[in-house]
Design a protein around this ligand. Structure first.
Ligand code: CU
Length: 67
């Protein structure tokens, strides 16, 4: 099980957090995801997902993954 940390820009409220978490959690291999609105920190655990998958999911939710 891998744990990876990302930073997402543009989250401002609990709805943003839920949107980001929902999109990422739908990715194959993701076991859990937690987003922190204040810092933009997103922690993803699981096996088999890629940075590109996370990037696409965050974009789908309407936010930007900090490179
Ligand atoms: Cu919001």
């Amino acid at each position: 099980m891998a744990i990876k940390n990302y930073t997402v820009e543009g989250m401002t409220c609990a709805h943003c957090k839920a949107s980001v978490e929902e999109e990422i959690s739908e990715l194959p291999g993701v076991a859990s995801v937690d987003a922190d609105v204040a810092s933009g920190a997103v922690t993803v655990s699981g096996e088999g997902f890629t940075d590109a998958d996370i990037h696409a999911a965050v974009k789908e939710a309407g936010y930007t993954l900090r490179a």
